[in-house]
Design a protein around this ligand. Structure first.
Ligand code: NAG
Ligand code: NAG
Ligand code: NAG
Length: 431
C-alpha cells in the first residue's frame, strides 16, 4: 500500500516538474515574437538600433582565449584560437515575455538584424572580417544581443628576436568596426584583460599576461579594441638543441692544441669543428626572421665562434709548419727570448725536472717533449749553473709546444668570454 502511494506521489512530482520547467510556450508564441519584432516593426538591419540617432551604440567585447596555435617568427604571424563575445543593446528588439508565455530569449540569424560588423585590423590572412551568415545571435527580452564569433584568429605580429631564445614577445589582435565612426558605434572592453577560462597551455610559449585597450583611430575615426598578449618563450628546447651543443663545440674546438701533432689529425679535427659551427649557424638562421633590425644576439655569437674557429685553423696550420722544421734550423733569437720568459720562472723553482713541470697543463705535451727532446732533457740534468748554454735546448718543436699552450689558453679564454657575454646580453635584451 505504501509503495503504491509512493509511486503515485513521485509520478505527480514528475508531471508537475515537467509543467514548471517547460512551461507551455508553443511554437506560435515564438512565431509571434518574430512577427512582432521583424515584420510588424518593419525592422531594417541598416538602421542603428538606438532611439537617439546622435548617440553611439555601445558595443562590449570580451575575449576568451582557448590556445595559442602558432607563433611564426619567420613570417611574423601569430595565430590563436579564441571566442569573442560581442554584446550590445538593440532598442528595437524588446518584448514583454508575459505576452508570449514567458519566452525571454530567442536566437536570430546573423543576416536578419543589425550587427556591429567587426574586422581584424592586422590580419595575416585574407579573411579579416569575422562575421559569417551561419552565426546566430541571442536576443534577450530587454534588448540585449550577444554574438559569439569563435575560431582561429590570425594576426600579424612584429617579432623581436634579439634575445633569442630568452625572448619575450608582445602580440595583439585589434578589432575595428569599419564603416562606423566612434560616435556611431563605440567599441569598449568588457574585461580589463583576456579571460583564460578554458585556456590550454602552449608547449613553446608561456602566456604571461594580457591587456585590453580601446582607442579612436586618428582621433574621432573608427573605434578600435586591441587585445594584447605577452608571451615568453619556453627556451629549454633551444637551449638543449642549439645553445649547449655550440658551447660543447667551442670546448672541443680549443682541444685541438692538446692533440699530439704526431697523430697528423689536427687539421682534420679543426676543420670538422669549423664545419659543425657553420651548420649550426644555418640551423639557427632558418629559425629566425630574415631581418637585421634588430639582429638576434645569437647570430653575432655564432659569427664570433666561426671567427674563433677560423683563427684556430690558421694557428694550427702555422704551428704545424713550425713543428715540422728540422732541429738543425736555428731558432730566431726573439723566439728564444720569448720561450725563456714564458717558461723560466717555473723552471728555476722546480730545478732539474723543469721541462716536465713547465707544462703541467697537459700530459700529452709532456709525453711529446719527452719523445722529441730526450737529448735536451738529458742535457738539462746536469746544468745546475746554466746561463747562456741552454739556448741550444730550444728547438722548433719546443717553440711549437709553447705556441700550442699560448693558443690553448688564449682561445679558451676567448670562447668562455664569448659564451658569458652572449648569455648576459641575450638575457638583458630579452627584458
Ligand atoms: C502584426 O500586425 C498584424 C496586422 O496589423 C496583426 O494582425 C498582428 O496581430 C500583429 N502581430 C503581432 C505579433 O503583434
Ligand atoms: C565610448 O565608451 C566609453 C566607455 O563607455 C566612454 O568613456 C566614451 O566616452 C565613449 N566614446 C564616445 C565617443 O561615445
Ligand atoms: C585580469 O584582471 C583581473 C583584474 O584586474 C585580475 O584579477 C586577473 O588576475 C587578470 N588575469 C590575468 C590572466 O591577467
Amino acid at each position: 500500500m505504501k509503495k503504491i502511494i509512493l509511486i503515485i506521489l513521485s509520478i505527480c512530482f514528475i508531471v508537475v516538474g515537467c509543467f514548471i520547467s517547460s512551461g507551455s510556450a508553443s511554437i506560435n508564441d515564438a512565431y509571434k515574437i518574430h512577427e512582432a519584432l521583424f515584420v510588424n516593426n518593419s525592422y531594417n538591419r541598416n538602421i542603428r538600433p538606438v532611439w537617439n540617432q546622435f548617440q553611439a551604440v555601445q558595443v562590449q567585447l570580451y575575449m576568451y582565449i582557448k590556445s595559442i596555435q602558432e607563433f611564426d617568427e619567420v613570417n611574423e604571424k601569430f595565430s590563436f584560437i579564441a571566442a569573442l563575445s560581442v554584446v550590445w543593446y538593440d532598442y528595437l528588439l524588446q518584448w514583454d515575455p508575459s505576452l508570449y508565455s514567458g519566452i525571454n530569449e530567442i536566437t536570430v540569424s546573423y543576416d536578419d538584424l543589425w550587427v556591429p560588423e567587426l574586422t581584424l585590423s592586422s590580419p595575416s590572412s585574407r579573411s579579416a572580417s569575422i562575421g559569417r551568415s551561419t552565426d546566430r545571435i541571442r536576443v534577450k527580452a530587454h534588448g540585449e544581443c550577444e554574438w559569439i564569433p569563435a575560431g582561429l584568429i590570425e594576426s600579424t605580429c612584429s617579432v623581436d628576436v634579439k634575445g633569442y631564445p630568452f625572448d619575450t614577445q608582445t602580440c595583439s589582435a585589434s578589432y575595428v568596426s569599419l564603416g562606423y565612426k566612434i560616435h556611431e558605434v563605440n567599441l569598449t572592453a568588457g574585461f580589463p584583460n583576456v579571460s583564460l577560462i578554458g585556456y590550454a597551455p602552449n608547449a613553446l610559449w608561456d602566456l604571461t599576461g594580457s591587456k585590453v585597450t580601446t582607442e579612436a583611430i586618428g582621433g574621432g575615426g573608427e573605434s578600435e579594441v586591441s587585445f594584447t598578449f605577452f608571451m615568453k618563450r619556453k627556451s629549454a628546447f633551444v637551449v638543449v638543441n642549439i645553445i649547449l651543443p655550440i658551447f660543447f663545440l667551442s670546448i672541443l674546438n680549443v682541444l685541438v692544441f692538446v692533440l699530439v701533432p704526431e697523430s697528423g689529425e689536427r687539421m682534420g679535427y679543426c676543420i670538422t669543428t669549423l664545419l659543425a659551427i657553420a651548420v649550426y649557424m644555418t640551423i639557427v638562421s632558418d629559425m629566425l626572421p630574415k631581418n637585421s633590425e634588430p639582429m638576434p644576439v645569437i647570430s653575432y655569437k655564432l659569427m664570433i665562434d666561426l671567427l674563433i674557429s677560423s683563427l684556430i685553423v690558421l694557428v694550427t696550420i702555422l704551428n704545424m709548419r713550425m713543428w715540422k722544421r728540422e732541429d738543425s734550423e736555428t731558432v730566431p733569437k726573439m723566439l728564444k727570448v720569448l720561450y725563456k720568459i714564458l717558461s723560466c720562472r717555473k723552471c728555476r723553482n722546480s730545478g732539474k725536472n723543469r721541462k716536465i713541470h713547465t707544462d703541467n697543463n697537459n700530459k700529452v705535451e709532456v709525453i711529446s717533449i719527452n719523445k722529441s727532446t730526450k737529448k735536451n732533457i738529458n742535457n738539462d740534468d746536469d746544468d745546475a749553473n746554466d746561463n747562456g748554454d741552454d739556448d741550444d735546448d730550444i728547438t722548433w718543436k719546443r717553440i711549437s709546444h709553447m705556441f700550442d699552450m699560448i693558443a690553448l689558453v688564449s682561445f679558451t679564454a676567448m670562447s668562455v668570454i664569448s659564451c658569458v657575454v652572449y648569455i648576459i646580453v641575450a638575457k638583458l635584451s630579452a627584458n
